[in-house]
Ligand binder design. Structure first.
Ligand SMILES: [Zn+2]
Length: 78
């Protein structure tokens, strides 16, 4: 979790990251989906995984009000 400014709360709140996989080149089976998710997840966090990042939508969710914000750019948190 990381502190971010929430527009609804109007202040810095704890945000939890949530990653949703986009439809991708990977197969539709459960196992393939898991693999695709892990690929994207780890290369995303490791940096330099630009191609894999394209496979997921990254959101942050405000822990105070539950507002969900799409955040598909840059490094997750610094
Ligand atoms: Zn909020």
């Amino acid at each position: 979790m990381a502190k971010q400014c929430c527009e609804r709360c109007g202040k810095e709140t704890e945000h939890k990251e949530w990653i949703r996989q986009k439809p991708s080149k990977y197969g539709a089976s459960r196992k393939e989906k898991l693999k695709a998710f892990l690929d994207g997840f780890f290369s995303g966090w490791g940096g330099g995984g630009a191609a894999a990042i394209d496979l997921v939508d990254r959101y942050v969710i405000c822990q105070e009000c539950g507002r969900k914000k799409l955040q598909n750019y840059g490094d997750p948190f610094q």
